[in-house]
Design a binder for this molecule. Structure first.
Ligand code: ADP
Length: 788
């Protein structure tokens, strides 16, 4: 309908009625005879809509045809309709009723969702402008409503999509793990961080339970219990857990599970977030560790170490073990202000007089003298130092400090004070001259003793120039140099000669301080006559020099005579060898010629001579050997000890077989050395091991080698060990001396030279040799040869 209102008169009523009925809109026409509103005409479309017959409506009041539903107060349809009609009457304007849902049944008897809008329009009198009729039209707006609804829905969907994107951007870019469980403990959501941690894709992980996603049994069971708890209580659950990450290894996590409530307030799901707090934990740990380190350090310190909490009364919250040991307090006993009973009562106010202002101004403090009671009741003087502590945010957090024993200093200082008076006396006793020079005025005040040292009349005060001129002209430079230095260091010190008026030369020592008195440069000091001292020192020096020279000469002499001796021994042994051989030869011949004539006694004498010459021959051989090894060949070479020992064993083969000796040689090193000497060394050690064996036990000899460090240098340690008769350990050093024999020549033949040779050889190789033994159990000889 496009008309706004129709102007008419009573006589055209019939025409209108006919016309009206043909209209396609769903309308009816009423007379404006409130409150009845008689229906005059109705369109066929409207009749179709309501299913009423024309007769049911025409001529009847509108509220008779459509009575308001008075049984349901919430149904305001009737009231709204009446108000609409009254509005049209009063304002002479159309009135639109709001859209209403009113479902109708379709031809199959099913309800169809329908929305309606109605309007009431006035028909005015052209003369009076009064409302004559009201046309009420109903319009089906279901399609519009549906379209609008659809639009809303689409809009809502777009908003939801945008929100979803937003959420996903957030949840997938945080390092925190975000996830949602349904009530069957299955994951319905997991963000990227969590998927990465599992090393899984969304498809692999979603709608799976905890175990399927790789949680260990204990861990899965724990979370399931927590989910149950959240569902039951609707309260969040928070916890900390440690487990391995796919990439980062073992980590510590902090997590919180919260209920997701539906519109009815029931728990529909459980959402969780988990945060990796490993770094945080490590930081916590490192703080703990650094605390621990502090404690260890403090406990190891010889000083007292303490921590004072924030407080006017200096409450201590930490004392190190040094304090606890010193005071005898237990840790608990020492806390707080317990130090009050340990510090000497007279010194507590001293402590507070330093502490209080330092505490108020958050400044360091130093208390030089405090008596601290030891566990045995003795007080000792200590100094204390405190430094303010601050939290990382800069907030003042009390003090950390140390205390240390200054007892001896304090006593010394006291003694010093007492002795200051004595010092004056000492100056006199020491016969020191004293003086005070005003540098600018070039004036001097001196003691009588000073004049005396300079050879001047001690009953007078002498002028500055006279005193200065007393310095020997040759030593004036020494004085000037010392003065220069004194200007920098404040200390004036020199020793110089003076020339007395009678030309006698004496040595003096000047000891002074360069200082400022009321901004005047002054030199204050003492002068000492050191002539005697100098003389004695000089004499001593001469003596030391002479003695050193004597010693040097003696040393040279000794070396020379040693060499001579060795040369002599060598020559002598050489020359002795021949005569001894001759004695042996001729004795033997004589014995053979006389053999039939000799009685038992004479026979015995002959064999004695034989023995003696043999021993003598051996001795000469050994001494010759010794003098040989005393001369070092020029060049060392690489010597394989394995072959050397093998050679020795071959040489000793007869002996070995006879004694049924068992010899075990381990792998030995190749060393740099003198080939023949090293063979001699092992010859002597192994033959001793065979010789000093027990008569009833076959000898067992072990020759082995290892590497060892001696004085931070690498050595080969070669051991020759036997199971023989052994010797008393106190002779372990002595046996290496020439001619030392522990076992009698009756039982064991020998010269006492073999080990001296061994030692000499080892010395030549810059090595060491020592012996270990237990009587009756065997001996071991350890040879150390440098690896290089
Ligand atoms: P000797 O010619 O007497 O064997 P050495 O110098 O070789 O001279 O040895 C000195 C002494 O050290 C020997 O007389 C002996 O008493 C003792 N001695 C040396 N080697 C051994 C050993 N393997 N077991 C027990 N005593 C030993």
């Amino acid at each position: 309908m496009s008309y706004e209102s129709i102007t008419t008169s009573a006589n055209t009523e019939a025409l209108y009625t006919a016309f009206f009925e043909a209209l396609s809109s769903k309308s009816y026409l009423m007379r404006a005879d409130a409150p009845r509103y008689t229906i005059l005409a109705v369109t066929n479309s409207h009749l179709e809509l309501t299913g009423l017959q024309k007769e049911d409506m025409i001529g009847r009041g509108v509220f008779d045809v459509f009575p308001p539903n008075t049984s349901d107060p919430s149904d305001t349809g009737g009231k709204d309709f009446l108000a609409s009609l009254q509005y049209v009457l009063s304002y002479k304007k159309p009135h639109y009723l709001p859209a209403q849902r009113y479902d109708i049944t379709d031809s199959d008897g099913r309800f169809v969702e329908k929305y309606w809008r109605a309007e009431s329009k006035p028909v005015l009198s052209p003369d009076s402008g009064e409302v004559l009729y009201i046309i009420h039209t109903t319009e089906d707006i279901t399609d519009q409503v549906k379209a609008a609804e659809m639009k809303e829905q689409i809009k809502g969907m777009e908003e939801a999509a945008a929100l979803k994107r937003l959420y996903e951007t957030i949840t997938n870019n945080t390092p925190d793990l975000i996830y949602v469980f349904d009530l069957n403990y299955r994951f319905t959501y997991a963000n990227n961080a969590l998927l990465t941690m599992w090393g899984k894709t969304w498809e692999d992980a979603i709608d799976k339970g905890l175990r399927e996603n790789g949680y260990e049994e204990w861990h899965a069971a724990m979370h399931e219990r927590e989910i149950d708890h959240v569902v039951a209580t609707k309260e969040p659950v928070r916890g900390e857990v440690s487990f391995p990450h796919a990439v980062l290894g073992k980590r510590v996590y902090d997590y919180i599970l919260v209920p997701v409530l539906n519109s009815k307030g029931e728990v529909e799901a459980v959402a969780g977030t988990t945060r990796d707090i490993t770094e945080h934990k490590l930081a916590e740990l490192s703080i703990l560790e650094s605390n621990e380190r502090f404690r260890n350090l403090a406990d190891d310190s010889p000083m007292f170490v303490f921590i004072i909490d924030v407080g006017e009364l200096a409450p201590v919250s930490f004392w190190n073990k040094t304090w606890l040991r010193y005071t005898g307090q237990s840790n608990e006993e020492a806390m707080g202000r317990a130090w009050d009973g340990i510090i000497h009562p007279d010194d507590v106010p001293v402590v507070m007089s330093h502490y209080t202002p330092a505490f108020q101004n958050r400044q360091p403090y130093f208390i030089p003298w405090v008596r601290v009671k030891r566990y045995d009741g003795e007080y000792r003087w200590h100094a204390f130092k405190g430094n303010p502590r601050h939290l990382p945010n800069g907030q003042f957090n009390g003090f950390v400090g140390v205390g240390f024993d200054v007892h001896e200093q304090k006593l010394a200082e006291e003694a010093l004070k007492q002795s200051e008076a004595k010092a004056r006396a000492a100056v006199d006793i020491a016969r020191l001259g004293t003086f005070e020079i005003n540098v600018l005025k070039q004036s001097i005040l001196h003691s009588p003793r000073l004049a005396e040292i300079l050879g001047l009349d001690p009953s007078k005060q002498w002028p500055y120039q006279t005193v200065i001129n007393a310095v020997h002209p040759d030593d004036m430079a020494i004085r000037l140099k010392a003065l220069e230095r004194a200007k920098e260091t404040g200390v004036l010190f020199y020793e110089a000669r003076i020339l007395q008026p009678d030309q006698i030369v004496r040595w003096v020592r000047l000891n002074g301080r360069y200082l400022y008195q009321e901004s005047q440069p002054m030199i204050v000091g003492t002068l000492m006559d050191i002539t005697q001292e100098k003389k004695t020192a000089e004499e001593l020096e001469h003596k030391v020099m002479a003695r050193t020279m004597e010693l040097q000469a003696a040393n040279e002499e000794l070396k020379r005579s040693n060499q001579n001796l060795e040369e002599f021994a060598h020559a002598a042994s050489h020359d002795l060898k021949e005569p001894v051989r001759k004695i042996h030869f001729f004795t033997n011949q004589l014995k053979n010629q006389l053999s039939s004539l000799l009685n038992a006694e004479q026979e015995k004498a002959f064999s004695r001579i034989e023995n003696a010459t043999e021993r003598m021959g051996n001795l000469i051989d050994d001494l010759l050997l010794y003098s040989h090894v005393s001369h070092r060949p020029i060049e060392m070479e690489m010597v394989d000890l394995n072959t050397k020992v093998q050679r020795v064993l071959e040489d000793l083969e007869l002996d070995i077989r006879e004694k049924k000796a068992l010899i075990n040689v381990e792998r030995l090193p190749v060393v740099k050395g003198y080939r023949r000497q090293l063979q001699q060394l092992f010859q002597n050690l192994i033959s001793n091991a065979l010789k000093y064996s027990k008569s009833d036990v076959p000898p067992r000899i072990e020759i082995s080698a290892t590497k060892v460090m001696k004085n931070e240098k690498p050595y080969y340690q070669i051991t020759v060990k036997d199971n023989g008769i052994g010797f008393q350990p106190e002779y372990a050093d002595k046996i290496f001396q020439m001619f030392t024999r522990l076992h009698g020549k009756g039982e064991y033949s020998g010269t006492g030279v073999g080990l001296s040779i061994a030692k000499k050889v080892v010395d030549n190789h810059n090595g060491l040799i020592r012996a270990e033994s237990t009587v009756g159990e065997g001996s071991a000889f350890l040879v150390y040869l440098p690896e290089e």
